[in-house]
Design a protein. Structure first.
Length: 78
């Protein structure tokens, strides 16, 4: 009775299939934990870029210089 609880179909032990299931579950969990933050950061970067926000520090400096040096006659009026 003791060993029969560890056997699956055909009299094979279930230890290997249980281990494979645990590894597959852990792999899926790690994949989700990595994929979700990467996806969120990518979406935030795209939204910020479409709104005209700076992507990096160099773009930020260039945009500030353009805004400071632009004469008021070139600014659009509505």
């Amino acid at each position: 009775m003791g060993a029969s609880g560890l056997q699956g179909r055909g009299g094979r032990p279930q230890g290997r299939s249980c281990l494979l299931l645990a590894v597959a579950g852990a792999t899926s969990l790690v994949t989700l934990l990595l994929a979700v933050p990467i996806t969120v950061l990518a979406v935030l970067a795209l939204v910020h870029q479409e709104q005209g926000g700076p992507v990096n520090f160099r773009n930020c400096q260039k945009r500030r210089q353009k805004h400071i040096s632009a004469p008021s006659s070139l600014l659009p009026t509505s």
